[in-house]
Design a protein around this ligand. Structure first.
Ligand code: ZN
Length: 266
């Protein structure tokens, strides 16, 4: 990052964050989450997460399709201090499902059908990631009243507006920084290969989190251990490693998604 950008970051966020006394601030950090059902690959992430004493949230979909060994891995991840969250029984998009069926059918077939067996397996599920990133207030209101303390949506740095591609800088995306204000609906930035987020842009985001005493929320899907793998639906583990190293250098800690709400100032 050049000096000019550093100056802008400092004036935009450094000065604002300095308005509050130190004692009232929560520690800045990052909140990582991983989606879908890449349970065996997630298990292979344990050493790198342990190396940095990092805790993450794993959002599981199609829980009933997992074998007993995979359920055991999820229990092990939970025992390591990670959080296991829900991501829908069939990975249905909430608005589409409610439009085609009903609110009741959505809660019964998509939410409770996953939540109950997960709880029965000993998993303490208290947050939910919307498949396809579909948050709408009238569904979210009931999800929060009945089942969860936090709902996570998706944020992207690139958006195809047909006529041109809109690019947003990571340090300027307000919705991906958590302010410990108790907000129960949040967005995390996709860091999969397909999202094209450069490492230096992520670094700018980490600096904003540190300067504003906030938490940068990021998520991905399948961890990729071999750089030559053609898997487009995931992120390279070497990159996650560098990002965690950079976070540590900046004094950032890691949070699970439910911790963000629990540790908020009321
Ligand atoms: Zn998903």
């Amino acid at each position: 990052m050049d000096t000019f950008k550093r100056l802008i970051l400092f004036f935009l966020f450094g000065v604002i964050s300095s308005c509050k006394p130190e004692s009232q601030r929560a520690s800045p950090g990052i909140a990582l989450s991983f989606d879908d059902r890449f349970v065996q690959e997630w298990e292979r992430l344990r050493p790198v997460l342990k190396k940095y004493d990092a805790h993450a949230t794993f959002y599981v979909t199609q829980f009933d399709s997992l074998g007993p060994e995979e359920v055991e891995i999820l229990r092990q991840l939970q025992a390591d201090g990670h959080e296991i969250g829900a991501h829908g029984a069939t990975h249905a998009r909430s608005v589409d499902y409610v439009w085609q069926h009903s609110m009741e059918a959505y809660f019964t077939n998509e939410i409770e059908a996953e939540l109950k067996p997960m709880q029965k397996a000993g998993l303490k599920v208290s947050t939910f990631a919307h498949p396809g990133g579909q948050q709408v207030w009238f569904i979210d209101k009931q999800l929060l009243q009945k089942y969860f303390v936090l709902l996570r949506d998706v944020a992207l740095t690139e958006r195809d507006l047909k006529l041109f591609m809109l690019h947003r800088p990571v340090f300027g995306m307000n919705e991906i920084y958590y302010h410990f204000d108790g907000t129960p609906t949040v967005s995390a930035l996709l860091i999969d290969r397909s999202a094209n987020v450069p490492m230096n842009a992520l670094r700018d985001g980490l600096i904003r989190a540190r300067n504003t005493q906030t938490v940068l929320m990021l998520f991905g899907h399948c961890p990729i251990f071999d750089k030559n793998s053609p898997q487009p639906y995931g992120f390279e583990v070497s990159r996650l490693d560098s990002m965690l190293a950079e976070s540590k250098k900046l004094g950032l800690r890691t949070y699970t998604m439910s911790e963000l709400v629990k540790l908020s100032r009321r």
